[in-house]
Each structure stands twice: as C-alpha cells, then as structure tokens.
Design a protein. Structure first.
Length: 167
C-alpha cells in the first residue's frame, strides 16, 4: 500500500472517530454538563465553541467570521492535501503531520458548516485553572504541530548538514 493511501485511511479514521465522539457527547450530555473522569484534573464537558482556538473570535460579526472560520479553512484544506501528496515519498513525518492537520481541520469544519460551532468535550484543569476544552480533531492538529516542531528543531538541521556535506 502506498503512503498516500495509508494517510487517506488515517485521515478518514480520525474524521469518523471525531464525528462519532462529538455525536455521542451531543446525545448523552446536556450543554455544559460535566462528568469527572479524574477528579480535579480531567472531565468530559459538553461545550459549544463558535470561535477558533480558545474561543477566539466567537463574537465576531459575520463579515469576519465567514472568511476566517469558513473560507480560509477550506482553502487551507486544499493546500494541506497538496502538501500530503508532495511529501508522501519524501518525508514521512511531514506527510503524517499534514495529514493530521487536514483530518482535524475537516472534523471541525463539518461542525462549523452543519451547526455553526464546534463541539468540544475534553476538559483538563488544575483547581480553577482550565485549559480550553477540545476534541479529537483539535488533538490531531496539536499532535501534528508537535511533529512539525520536532522535525524542524531536531531533523531539519541534520538534513541540511548532510545535503551540504558538513558534519
């Protein structure tokens, strides 16, 4: 099986799991309901996020929301698929990261187009200090960002050195 096909399977799996988990939360929880999984650290909490990461732009007017929450992400998805295709035989980690970002973006875009908000439910906190609630799609994007940072910091330099013949 070629890498592009494998990445497509991964993308589809993430999108499906993301949508199933969001559907379960919407069916089984009341908005704002929170169930402790690890007391005082991790709860499942049903949250609707009409904004971007950390709820940014949630109250923006339509003239801002439409381009930034609908148009640009769709255009970015086309760029991500192109990036997956281009890196499929060159760099596994970049190909994986672009695939994870694409899957996460599509998972959240499905919510935005169908409900005008994104369903979040993973709720981590210590005392009264909460991290923003998130979902599987957000997790996929975060893992991709970590992969890209590690690739940039630890492996790009080695590739440059080997390409230029320096040690």
């Amino acid at each position: 099986m070629n890498r592009f096909f494998k990445m497509c399977v991964l993308i589809a799996t993430i999108i499906i799991v993301d949508q199933i988990t969001k559907g379960i939360v919407q069916q089984k929880f009341f908005l704002g309901e929170s169930i402790p999984i690890v007391k005082d650290f991790f709860h499942l909490t049903y949250v609707r996020n009409p904004g971007a990461a950390f709820g940014m732009g949630a109250n923006s007017p339509g003239i801002i929301r439409i381009p930034f929450f609908f148009v640009l992400p769709v255009l970015a998805c086309f760029g991500l698929i192109y990036a997956v295709w281009i890196t499929r035989n060159k760099n596994f980690w970049n190909c994986l990261a672009y695939s994870l970002i694409f899957a996460g973006a599509v998972g959240n875009l499905i919510d935005r187009f169908s409900m005008n908000y994104v369903v979040d439910f993973f709720d981590f906190f210590i005392g009264t200090h909460h991290f923003a609630a998130f979902n599987i799609a957000d997790s996929s994007i975060t893992i991709a960002a970590i992969i890209l940072i590690v690739e940039l910091l630890f492996f790009s330099k080695k590739k440059e050195d080997s390409a230029t013949g320096t040690i």
